[in-house]
Design a protein around this ligand. Structure first.
Ligand code: ADP
Ligand code: MG
Length: 736
């Protein structure tokens, strides 16, 4: 069916109120009207719906729209009905949410021919009664929305999508238009093959989003970093994605405590709360939403200024979709991802319960994300390359790597070695395999292929496996290498690569970034405390540190207390980093309980305040992250039981711990500033003289609160258990 362009424009205006088509819309629609199969790759928000809605309205018959999102169907249908007011029956949807009467109505409208668009969930399409009905209907074309759901290599595989082709055959062939916003070359191929539309006209818009700035940050204290970021960007709308519901709740809670208006969103909330939270975000009642990836599908908020990934996404597709929700209005927006390899290991662990083939796919998608996160190359180039698109410039100016370019080296020798290895092998292999061979590492697979006895095994052992995988990734970006489509991930040398190999020229390669991130621990505060301890050291203000130390010395003389009892070195060090100038801020420094802050803190705060003013120091944080109260059930139980004067044995029994473990817990409680009065128990189990000896040691002799040192100096007459108990008493009475 050929249609006069003028007619199409008139309909565009009449039905949708638009004056012009966006991007490829017009060409796509003409192609479909001509009865040709059509494949549309267009980023989210590009205007895919119109590509089937408009032709459906002008063509004779009914268009079948297959879409996975039941929730969105009603909305889409309402939109169409809004355009074409006089006819309610013009668009319908068919899914499991309809009752009998509603189905009857759909049936009537379909058979009488008033319905131009029928939205169907894929599982409804396969129901026999529906198939029977649709066989009687004159079908204009089939639209497969979110077509990446067909491929296991897409990020949202739905097995029902695999049956679409058979259903189309049964119901009656008509042109097919498939649409998706994310598809790697592999997924594109899967879609066309599965739908039987290898000859479809392909319309591929650029996936480049020039107004989005991409950044990957080391995951060190991400909570604080996020709070700082939001406080520096007041009033801006943003989404924070986390992988687990628990994390969503935790982060939302933490941000709230720190005075940021946020709401959580995840599938564990009831439907009403979810809808309400989403609305309040859309209505700008709150600026920030913390969500799992359940949030955002079909959301069209144009002015989202930042998308933060607290956890690394499981695939680049997911990442691209989620970051794609930023900056739809075309104004600049930031996409920040926190990365640590620990998170990757965690994700891999989660996969272990899945079928092997799924694991294999999941792992590969994840490895692509790792490569993306760790690269020192232009992120835009890498993203676009992933979706089969070339980015022509070397520096995009809008990603962390381009804004801070890293030194490069001439990598022609290294690239030639990679190519030589690939060419020397009769079969094709994946990146990991090749980089292991080059760096001289072996595993079961390498042994089974006897690749550990290849002449090139270990030919690049001066470099790590990681280094070689980076070289290979850059070979992909330069199109010297490519991945096979059918057997995803196996590498081959392109024509360009062959030419390069024959006559090598200079290529500039960069080494990867090193990340130190801690990763997210869902565990208790002990872990947090450990992490904090691990990341300290250095970075402080040395002048301030020594001033704080001499203040401590003065005070220790005045109070006749050992310096460490006032504040330990880690506390002073943290102060020289945080510059606390209020009690609250001081209390948030490492090893500073509330009691200590109040007892000894005044002079320290005053000193720091003066120092900051005199030296005109911009404090790195003009806020301090307040932490959510610890929710550990054990700790609460212990505190309450000690209040009730239960014996430690009973407490330990009740919680299934031994006494040592209980003391560990108690020490954590005390070191975070909570006082416990254990005298009732100590009196019962330790001789008064012994208590006094140990107490006196800590008060006058000790140079730190180390239990080990105490045992050495006090000698074998005192048991570790006694020392630990008295130390706790001492810390509660004097040192906190
Ligand atoms: P996609 O499905 O590609 O993510 P949609 O079809 O939902 O995108 O369209 C995104 C937005 O673009 C919608 O708000 C839609 O009304 C708008 N839009 C689509 N086509 C046009 C056009 N020709 N002119 C102006 N706006 C358009
Ligand atoms: Mg869409």
């Amino acid at each position: 069916m050929t249609t006069d362009p003028a007619v199409l424009y008139a309909k565009l205006k009449e039905f949708f109120g638009f004056d012009a088509f966006k991007g490829d819309q017009e060409a796509i629609i003409h192609n479909l009207l001509d009865g040709k199969d059509t494949f549309v790759l267009m980023p989210t928000g590009g205007g895919k719906s119109l590509c089937f809605q408009l032709p459906a309205l002008v063509m004779p018959g009914t268009a079948i729209v297959i879409s996975p999102l039941i929730a969105l169907m009603k909305n889409q249908v309402d939109v169409i009905r809004g355009f074409v007011e006089e006819q309610n029956g013009i668009a319908h949807f068919l899914n499991s949410s309809l009752n009998k009467a509603q189905i009857q109505e759909v049936r009537k409208d379909l058979l009488s021919g008033v319905t131009k668009l029928l939205y169907v969930a894929p599982e409804s399409l396969t129901k026999e009664e529906n198939v029977g009905l649709l066989r009687e209907v004159n079908i204009s074309f089939y639209a497969v929305d979110e077509a990446h759901c067909i491929s296991e290599w897409g990020h949202d595989f739905r097995p029902e999508y695999r049956r679409i082709r058979d259903m189309v055959r049964t119901i009656g062939r008509a042109p097919i238009i498939a649409l998706t916003a994310t598809a790697t070359p592999k997924v594109q191929n899967d879609i066309q093959k599965n739908l039987g539309i290898m000859d479809a006209t392909v319309f591929k818009s650029s996936f480049n989003r020039p107004n989005l700035c991409y950044e990957v940050r080391d995951k060190v204290d991400p909570e604080k970093d996020i709070i700082r970021y939001i406080k520096q960007n007041p009033g801006k709308s943003g989404i924070i994605y986390c992988l687990s519901r628990k994390k969503v709740e935790e982060i939302a809670n933490l941000l709230n405590i720190n005075g940021i208006k946020v709401l959580p969103y995840h599938a564990g909330l009831d439907a009403r709360t979810r809808a309400e939270n989403q609305d309040r975000f859309l209505m700008e009642d709150v600026d920030v939403i913390v969500a799992t990836i359940a949030f955002g599908m079909g959301i069209d908020k144009p002015d989202v200024r930042f998308v933060i990934h607290y956890d690394i996404p499981k695939s680049i597709e997911g990442y691209y979709q989620e970051t794609g929700r930023a900056g739809r209005d075309g104004e600049n927006a930031e996409c920040i991802t926190y990365y640590s390899y620990k998170d990757i290991l965690k994700l891999e662990k989660f996969m272990q319960g899945k079928p092997v083939s799924e694991q294999e796919i999941g792992r590969q998608l994840l490895m692509e994300t790792v490569a993306y996160a760790e690269t020192n190359q232009c992120r835009r180039k890498m993203l676009l390359n992933y979706f089969g698109e070339d980015y022509p410039k070397d520096n995009c100016g809008m990603c962390d790597n381009c804004l801070n370019p890293k030194p490069t080296f001439d990598g022609r020798k290294e690239m030639c070695l990679v190519i030589r290895l690939i060419k020397s092998l009769p079969e094709h292999f994946k990146i990991e395999h090749l980089s292991m061979v080059l760096s001289g590492h072996s595993n079961a697979m390498i042994k089974s292929y006897k690749h550990d006895s290849l002449p090139l095994f270990g030919a690049g052992k001066d470099h790590s496996e990681k280094f070689w995988s980076v070289v290979i990734h850059q070979g992909l970006l330069l199109h010297l290498l490519d991945k096979e489509i059918e057997t995803y991930g196996l590498l081959y040398v392109t024509d360009k690569g062959e030419k390069f190999y024959e006559d090598p020229y200079e290529i500039r390669l960069v080494e990867d970034r090193i990340f130190l991130g801690k990763g997210s621990d869902d565990e208790d505060d002990e872990d947090l405390a450990n992490d904090k301890a691990a990341m300290k050291g250095g970075g402080g203000d040395a002048t301030l540190f020594s001033m704080l130390k001499s203040l401590r010395k003065d005070m220790s003389r005045k109070l006749n207390l050992q310096p460490w009892i006032i504040f330990g070195d880690p506390a002073l060090e943290d102060m020289s980093i945080q510059y606390p100038i209020t009690f609250e801020e001081l209390h948030n420094c490492q090893g500073v309980g509330e009691g200590k802050a109040r007892k000894y803190g005044k002079e320290f705060i005053e000193l720091i305040h003066r120092y900051v003013e005199e030296n005109d120091i911009t404090r790195p944080e003009d806020f301090v992250v307040k932490s959510a109260p610890t929710k550990s059930a054990n700790k609460i139980y212990i505190i309450q039981s000690v209040d009730r004067r239960l014996s430690l044995e009973d407490i330990a029994d009740a919680r299934g711990m031994d006494l040592d473990e209980l003391l560990d817990e108690i020490e954590v409680i005390v070191s975070s500033g909570t006082k416990l009065d254990l005298n009732y128990y100590i009196r019962q189990v330790i001789d008064d003289d012994v208590v006094e000896d140990i107490y006196e040691y800590f008060k006058s002799e000790a140079t730190s609160d180390s239990v080990e040192d105490a045992m050495k100096i006090l000698g074998p007459d005192y048991e570790e258990f006694e020392i630990r108990l008295v130390r706790i008493k001492f810390l509660c009475e004097i040192a906190s």
